[in-house]
Design a protein around this ligand. Structure first.
Ligand SMILES: *Cc1c(COP(=O)(O)O)cnc(C)c1O
Length: 364
Protein backbone atom coordinates (compact mmCIF):
# COMPACT_ATOMS: atom_id res chain seq x y z
CA UNK A 1 0.00 0.00 0.00
CA UNK A 2 1.45 3.36 -0.95
CA UNK A 3 1.40 5.82 1.89
CA UNK A 4 0.42 9.36 1.03
CA UNK A 5 0.57 10.99 4.39
CA UNK A 6 1.52 10.74 8.05
CA UNK A 7 -0.98 9.11 10.40
CA UNK A 8 -3.23 11.81 11.86
CA UNK A 9 -3.21 11.93 15.67
CA UNK A 10 -4.90 14.18 18.24
CA UNK A 11 -1.42 15.37 19.28
CA UNK A 12 -0.77 16.91 15.89
CA UNK A 13 -4.28 18.12 15.11
CA UNK A 14 -6.09 19.21 18.28
CA UNK A 15 -5.24 22.59 19.83
CA UNK A 16 -2.92 22.11 22.84
CA UNK A 17 -5.21 24.09 25.18
CA UNK A 18 -8.05 21.68 24.35
CA UNK A 19 -5.87 18.60 24.88
CA UNK A 20 -4.89 20.03 28.28
CA UNK A 21 -8.53 20.24 29.42
CA UNK A 22 -10.29 17.60 31.46
CA UNK A 23 -13.76 16.81 30.17
CA UNK A 24 -16.54 18.01 32.49
CA UNK A 25 -17.13 14.94 34.65
CA UNK A 26 -20.68 13.82 35.36
CA UNK A 27 -20.64 10.93 37.87
CA UNK A 28 -23.08 8.04 37.66
CA UNK A 29 -25.91 8.40 40.14
CA UNK A 30 -28.28 5.50 39.52
CA UNK A 31 -30.14 4.44 42.68
CA UNK A 32 -28.60 7.25 44.69
CA UNK A 33 -30.10 10.24 46.46
CA UNK A 34 -28.87 12.81 43.97
CA UNK A 35 -27.86 16.03 45.69
CA UNK A 36 -24.88 16.96 43.53
CA UNK A 37 -26.18 19.10 40.66
CA UNK A 38 -28.54 21.80 42.03
CA UNK A 39 -31.58 20.17 40.49
CA UNK A 40 -35.09 20.83 41.76
CA UNK A 41 -36.09 17.58 43.55
CA UNK A 42 -39.82 17.94 42.88
CA UNK A 43 -41.94 16.60 40.04
CA UNK A 44 -44.69 18.76 38.61
CA UNK A 45 -48.22 18.50 40.03
CA UNK A 46 -50.40 15.96 38.18
CA UNK A 47 -52.55 18.59 36.41
CA UNK A 48 -49.44 20.19 34.95
CA UNK A 49 -48.06 16.86 33.86
CA UNK A 50 -51.33 16.15 32.07
CA UNK A 51 -51.22 19.54 30.40
CA UNK A 52 -47.63 18.82 29.42
CA UNK A 53 -48.67 15.56 27.78
CA UNK A 54 -51.29 17.40 25.70
CA UNK A 55 -48.82 20.10 24.65
CA UNK A 56 -46.29 17.49 23.58
CA UNK A 57 -48.91 15.41 21.73
CA UNK A 58 -49.70 18.44 19.56
CA UNK A 59 -46.10 19.46 18.97
CA UNK A 60 -45.01 19.69 15.35
CA UNK A 61 -41.69 17.94 15.65
CA UNK A 62 -41.59 17.39 11.90
CA UNK A 63 -40.95 21.14 11.60
CA UNK A 64 -37.87 23.09 12.54
CA UNK A 65 -38.43 25.18 15.66
CA UNK A 66 -39.55 28.79 15.53
CA UNK A 67 -36.10 30.38 15.18
CA UNK A 68 -37.21 33.68 16.66
CA UNK A 69 -39.15 31.99 19.51
CA UNK A 70 -41.20 35.17 19.91
CA UNK A 71 -43.91 33.69 22.13
CA UNK A 72 -41.45 32.12 24.53
CA UNK A 73 -39.42 35.33 24.68
CA UNK A 74 -42.52 37.35 25.47
CA UNK A 75 -43.46 34.93 28.22
CA UNK A 76 -39.95 35.18 29.66
CA UNK A 77 -40.04 38.99 29.55
CA UNK A 78 -43.29 39.12 31.45
CA UNK A 79 -42.39 36.44 33.99
CA UNK A 80 -39.01 38.04 34.70
CA UNK A 81 -40.55 41.53 34.72
CA UNK A 82 -37.97 42.85 32.28
CA UNK A 83 -37.84 46.64 32.01
CA UNK A 84 -39.07 48.12 28.71
CA UNK A 85 -36.38 48.15 26.04
CA UNK A 86 -34.62 45.12 27.49
CA UNK A 87 -34.45 42.22 25.03
CA UNK A 88 -33.89 38.49 25.38
CA UNK A 89 -31.57 35.99 23.70
CA UNK A 90 -32.23 32.29 24.24
CA UNK A 91 -29.61 29.62 24.77
CA UNK A 92 -29.51 25.86 24.96
CA UNK A 93 -28.83 26.24 28.67
CA UNK A 94 -26.97 29.30 29.85
CA UNK A 95 -23.72 27.42 29.24
CA UNK A 96 -24.34 27.98 25.55
CA UNK A 97 -24.80 31.71 26.15
CA UNK A 98 -21.45 31.92 27.94
CA UNK A 99 -19.92 30.34 24.85
CA UNK A 100 -21.72 32.73 22.46
CA UNK A 101 -20.46 35.72 24.42
CA UNK A 102 -16.90 34.43 24.40
CA UNK A 103 -17.01 33.59 20.69
CA UNK A 104 -18.22 37.10 19.93
CA UNK A 105 -15.36 38.91 21.67
CA UNK A 106 -12.49 36.41 21.25
CA UNK A 107 -10.08 38.62 19.36
CA UNK A 108 -6.43 37.53 19.72
CA UNK A 109 -5.34 38.30 23.27
CA UNK A 110 -8.87 39.15 24.51
CA UNK A 111 -9.33 38.46 28.21
CA UNK A 112 -12.20 36.80 30.07
CA UNK A 113 -12.08 37.69 33.76
CA UNK A 114 -13.91 36.11 36.66
CA UNK A 115 -13.37 35.48 40.33
CA UNK A 116 -12.23 32.27 42.00
CA UNK A 117 -13.62 30.00 43.17
CA UNK A 118 -16.62 30.35 40.90
CA UNK A 119 -18.43 28.52 38.10
CA UNK A 120 -15.83 26.40 36.28
CA UNK A 121 -17.40 26.83 32.83
CA UNK A 122 -16.13 30.45 32.57
CA UNK A 123 -12.54 29.25 32.53
CA UNK A 124 -13.28 26.22 30.36
CA UNK A 125 -15.11 28.27 27.75
CA UNK A 126 -12.26 30.80 27.68
CA UNK A 127 -10.05 27.86 26.68
CA UNK A 128 -12.59 26.58 24.09
CA UNK A 129 -12.68 29.96 22.39
CA UNK A 130 -8.99 30.84 22.60
CA UNK A 131 -9.47 33.66 25.13
CA UNK A 132 -7.00 34.47 27.89
CA UNK A 133 -8.47 33.74 31.30
CA UNK A 134 -7.85 35.74 34.48
CA UNK A 135 -9.26 34.48 37.80
CA UNK A 136 -9.15 36.97 40.68
CA UNK A 137 -9.15 35.24 44.09
CA UNK A 138 -12.10 35.99 46.37
CA UNK A 139 -11.46 37.05 49.94
CA UNK A 140 -11.24 34.31 52.55
CA UNK A 141 -14.95 34.59 53.38
CA UNK A 142 -15.70 34.34 49.61
CA UNK A 143 -16.73 37.98 49.34
CA UNK A 144 -15.33 40.03 46.45
CA UNK A 145 -11.82 41.37 46.94
CA UNK A 146 -12.74 44.69 45.35
CA UNK A 147 -9.26 46.32 45.29
CA UNK A 148 -7.72 43.18 43.74
CA UNK A 149 -10.56 42.89 41.22
CA UNK A 150 -10.39 46.55 40.16
CA UNK A 151 -6.63 46.25 39.90
CA UNK A 152 -6.91 43.16 37.67
CA UNK A 153 -9.49 44.93 35.50
CA UNK A 154 -7.17 47.92 35.07
CA UNK A 155 -4.24 45.68 34.19
CA UNK A 156 -5.91 43.11 31.94
CA UNK A 157 -8.67 45.23 30.33
CA UNK A 158 -11.06 42.23 30.07
CA UNK A 159 -13.47 42.10 27.14
CA UNK A 160 -15.78 39.97 29.32
CA UNK A 161 -16.32 39.78 33.07
CA UNK A 162 -18.52 37.05 34.58
CA UNK A 163 -19.90 37.34 38.10
CA UNK A 164 -22.19 34.59 39.36
CA UNK A 165 -24.78 36.23 41.62
CA UNK A 166 -25.27 34.23 43.89
CA UNK A 167 -21.91 32.60 43.35
CA UNK A 168 -21.48 28.88 42.67
CA UNK A 169 -20.04 26.93 44.50
CA UNK A 170 -19.88 29.30 47.49
CA UNK A 171 -23.59 30.24 47.61
CA UNK A 172 -23.16 33.89 48.66
CA UNK A 173 -24.38 37.07 47.00
CA UNK A 174 -21.59 39.56 46.41
CA UNK A 175 -21.92 43.07 47.76
CA UNK A 176 -24.09 44.90 45.21
CA UNK A 177 -22.08 48.13 45.51
CA UNK A 178 -18.87 46.27 44.76
CA UNK A 179 -20.50 44.73 41.68
CA UNK A 180 -21.56 48.22 40.56
CA UNK A 181 -18.00 49.47 40.90
CA UNK A 182 -16.79 46.55 38.79
CA UNK A 183 -19.37 47.36 36.11
CA UNK A 184 -18.31 51.02 36.09
CA UNK A 185 -14.60 50.18 35.95
CA UNK A 186 -14.89 47.51 33.23
CA UNK A 187 -13.83 48.44 29.70
CA UNK A 188 -15.87 45.52 28.31
CA UNK A 189 -19.10 43.63 29.03
CA UNK A 190 -20.02 42.53 32.54
CA UNK A 191 -22.35 39.53 32.69
CA UNK A 192 -24.13 38.98 35.98
CA UNK A 193 -25.01 35.28 36.00
CA UNK A 194 -28.21 34.82 38.00
CA UNK A 195 -28.57 31.05 37.64
CA UNK A 196 -29.92 30.92 41.23
CA UNK A 197 -32.24 33.94 41.00
CA UNK A 198 -35.25 31.97 42.27
CA UNK A 199 -33.54 31.39 45.60
CA UNK A 200 -31.87 34.78 46.05
CA UNK A 201 -32.93 38.07 47.62
CA UNK A 202 -31.44 40.42 45.01
CA UNK A 203 -31.06 40.83 41.26
CA UNK A 204 -29.36 43.09 38.72
CA UNK A 205 -32.25 42.97 36.25
CA UNK A 206 -33.59 46.36 37.46
CA UNK A 207 -30.12 47.87 36.88
CA UNK A 208 -29.89 46.82 33.22
CA UNK A 209 -30.80 50.21 31.80
CA UNK A 210 -28.35 52.03 34.03
CA UNK A 211 -25.20 50.51 32.54
CA UNK A 212 -24.61 50.13 28.82
CA UNK A 213 -22.07 47.33 29.42
CA UNK A 214 -24.23 45.18 31.73
CA UNK A 215 -25.98 41.95 30.70
CA UNK A 216 -27.92 39.62 33.00
CA UNK A 217 -28.04 35.89 32.34
CA UNK A 218 -30.51 33.44 33.85
CA UNK A 219 -31.32 29.76 33.44
CA UNK A 220 -34.43 27.71 34.19
CA UNK A 221 -32.28 24.70 35.05
CA UNK A 222 -32.24 25.27 38.79
CA UNK A 223 -35.97 26.00 38.88
CA UNK A 224 -37.04 22.53 37.75
CA UNK A 225 -36.21 22.48 34.02
CA UNK A 226 -32.61 21.23 33.96
CA UNK A 227 -33.60 18.58 31.42
CA UNK A 228 -35.05 21.11 28.99
CA UNK A 229 -31.82 23.08 28.52
CA UNK A 230 -33.01 26.67 28.44
CA UNK A 231 -31.29 29.85 29.53
CA UNK A 232 -31.55 33.48 28.53
CA UNK A 233 -29.54 36.63 28.34
CA UNK A 234 -31.26 39.96 28.98
CA UNK A 235 -29.86 43.25 27.78
CA UNK A 236 -29.85 45.97 25.24
CA UNK A 237 -30.56 45.28 21.58
CA UNK A 238 -27.20 46.70 20.50
CA UNK A 239 -25.43 43.72 22.11
CA UNK A 240 -28.06 41.03 21.54
CA UNK A 241 -28.37 41.68 17.82
CA UNK A 242 -24.66 40.96 17.43
CA UNK A 243 -24.86 37.78 19.52
CA UNK A 244 -27.92 36.64 17.52
CA UNK A 245 -25.67 36.32 14.48
CA UNK A 246 -23.56 33.70 16.26
CA UNK A 247 -26.47 31.76 17.70
CA UNK A 248 -27.14 28.61 15.69
CA UNK A 249 -30.65 29.16 14.29
CA UNK A 250 -32.36 26.18 15.93
CA UNK A 251 -30.49 26.04 19.23
CA UNK A 252 -33.71 25.69 21.26
CA UNK A 253 -35.82 22.80 19.98
CA UNK A 254 -39.57 22.60 19.41
CA UNK A 255 -40.19 20.63 22.62
CA UNK A 256 -38.17 22.85 24.99
CA UNK A 257 -39.88 25.92 23.52
CA UNK A 258 -43.39 24.55 23.96
CA UNK A 259 -42.78 23.02 27.37
CA UNK A 260 -41.05 26.09 28.79
CA UNK A 261 -43.77 28.35 27.42
CA UNK A 262 -46.41 26.23 29.11
CA UNK A 263 -44.52 25.89 32.40
CA UNK A 264 -43.75 29.59 32.60
CA UNK A 265 -47.48 30.24 32.36
CA UNK A 266 -47.48 28.44 35.73
CA UNK A 267 -44.41 30.22 37.07
CA UNK A 268 -46.18 30.51 40.45
CA UNK A 269 -46.06 26.71 40.84
CA UNK A 270 -42.32 26.69 40.22
CA UNK A 271 -41.77 29.63 42.55
CA UNK A 272 -43.72 27.85 45.30
CA UNK A 273 -41.34 24.92 44.92
CA UNK A 274 -38.46 27.39 45.17
CA UNK A 275 -39.98 28.82 48.37
CA UNK A 276 -40.18 25.32 49.82
CA UNK A 277 -36.53 24.75 48.88
CA UNK A 278 -35.55 28.06 50.54
CA UNK A 279 -37.24 27.10 53.76
CA UNK A 280 -35.62 23.65 53.67
CA UNK A 281 -32.30 25.36 53.02
CA UNK A 282 -32.69 27.14 56.38
CA UNK A 283 -33.43 23.83 58.07
CA UNK A 284 -30.40 22.19 56.44
CA UNK A 285 -28.12 25.12 57.23
CA UNK A 286 -29.10 25.08 60.90
CA UNK A 287 -28.50 21.36 61.06
CA UNK A 288 -25.08 21.68 59.40
CA UNK A 289 -24.07 24.56 61.67
CA UNK A 290 -25.11 22.45 64.67
CA UNK A 291 -23.02 19.46 63.59
CA UNK A 292 -19.66 19.02 65.27
CA UNK A 293 -16.85 18.94 62.72
CA UNK A 294 -18.77 20.91 60.07
CA UNK A 295 -18.33 24.54 59.03
CA UNK A 296 -21.23 25.64 56.79
CA UNK A 297 -21.34 28.79 54.65
CA UNK A 298 -24.57 30.81 54.42
CA UNK A 299 -26.33 30.42 51.07
CA UNK A 300 -28.70 32.39 48.83
CA UNK A 301 -28.88 29.49 46.38
CA UNK A 302 -30.38 25.99 46.40
CA UNK A 303 -27.19 24.41 47.73
CA UNK A 304 -24.91 24.77 50.73
CA UNK A 305 -21.12 24.73 50.78
CA UNK A 306 -19.52 23.23 53.87
CA UNK A 307 -16.11 22.23 55.15
CA UNK A 308 -15.16 19.10 57.09
CA UNK A 309 -11.88 17.60 58.28
CA UNK A 310 -11.47 14.90 55.61
CA UNK A 311 -13.74 15.88 52.75
CA UNK A 312 -12.88 13.08 50.36
CA UNK A 313 -13.38 10.40 53.02
CA UNK A 314 -16.67 11.96 54.11
CA UNK A 315 -17.75 12.18 50.44
CA UNK A 316 -16.96 8.48 49.93
CA UNK A 317 -18.77 7.62 53.17
CA UNK A 318 -21.86 9.44 51.92
CA UNK A 319 -21.66 7.59 48.61
CA UNK A 320 -21.48 4.23 50.36
CA UNK A 321 -24.64 5.28 52.18
CA UNK A 322 -26.37 6.07 48.91
CA UNK A 323 -26.06 9.88 48.91
CA UNK A 324 -24.28 11.67 46.07
CA UNK A 325 -23.11 15.25 46.69
CA UNK A 326 -20.25 17.24 45.12
CA UNK A 327 -16.68 16.89 46.32
CA UNK A 328 -14.82 20.16 45.73
CA UNK A 329 -11.65 19.05 47.47
CA UNK A 330 -8.69 19.01 45.09
CA UNK A 331 -10.18 21.63 42.79
CA UNK A 332 -9.44 25.21 43.79
CA UNK A 333 -7.06 25.64 46.81
CA UNK A 334 -9.66 27.85 48.58
CA UNK A 335 -12.04 24.87 48.49
CA UNK A 336 -9.75 22.41 50.27
CA UNK A 337 -11.92 19.98 52.27
CA UNK A 338 -15.12 21.56 50.93
CA UNK A 339 -18.26 19.70 49.93
CA UNK A 340 -21.42 21.06 48.33
CA UNK A 341 -24.88 19.67 48.90
CA UNK A 342 -27.99 20.56 46.89
CA UNK A 343 -31.11 21.14 48.98
CA UNK A 344 -33.43 18.17 48.38
CA UNK A 345 -36.86 17.22 49.66
CA UNK A 346 -37.23 17.29 53.48
CA UNK A 347 -36.90 13.50 53.49
CA UNK A 348 -33.75 13.57 51.34
CA UNK A 349 -32.26 16.26 53.56
CA UNK A 350 -32.89 14.09 56.65
CA UNK A 351 -31.29 11.10 54.92
CA UNK A 352 -28.33 13.23 53.92
CA UNK A 353 -27.85 14.53 57.47
CA UNK A 354 -27.99 11.01 58.94
CA UNK A 355 -25.50 9.75 56.34
CA UNK A 356 -23.25 12.77 56.94
CA UNK A 357 -23.16 12.24 60.69
CA UNK A 358 -22.33 8.55 60.22
CA UNK A 359 -19.64 9.37 57.63
CA UNK A 360 -17.99 12.00 59.83
CA UNK A 361 -18.10 9.64 62.78
CA UNK A 362 -16.42 6.93 60.73
CA UNK A 363 -13.51 9.19 59.74
CA UNK A 364 -12.66 10.26 63.30
C1 LIG B 1 -25.79 25.79 36.66
C2 LIG B 1 -25.14 27.07 36.31
C3 LIG B 1 -25.18 27.57 35.00
C4 LIG B 1 -25.58 26.77 33.79
O1 LIG B 1 -26.82 26.37 33.72
P1 LIG B 1 -27.46 25.74 32.40
O2 LIG B 1 -28.01 24.45 32.89
O3 LIG B 1 -26.39 25.57 31.35
O4 LIG B 1 -28.48 26.72 32.00
C5 LIG B 1 -24.65 28.82 34.75
N1 LIG B 1 -24.09 29.54 35.73
C6 LIG B 1 -24.01 29.09 36.99
C7 LIG B 1 -23.37 29.94 38.02
C8 LIG B 1 -24.52 27.83 37.32
O5 LIG B 1 -24.38 27.37 38.56
Amino acid sequence: MPSFREIVTPETLIRPEIRALHAYHVPSSSDMIKLDAMENPYLLPTELRDELARVIADAQINRYPDAGAQRLKQRISSVAGLPAGVEVLLGNGSDEIIQLLALAVAKPGAVLLSVEPSFVMYKMIAAFTGMEYVGVPLAEDFSLDLPATLDAIARHRPALVFLAYPNNPTGNLFDADAVRQIILASPGLVVVDEAYYAFASASFLPSLQQYENLLVMRTFSKLGMAGLRLGFLAGSRIWLEQLEKLRLPYNVGVLPQLVAEMLLAHHDVLLRQAEQIKSDRSWLYERLVGTVGVYAYPSEANFILFRVAHATRVFEGLKQRGVLIKNLNGGHPALADCLRVTVGTPEQNEQFMAALQASIHQTI
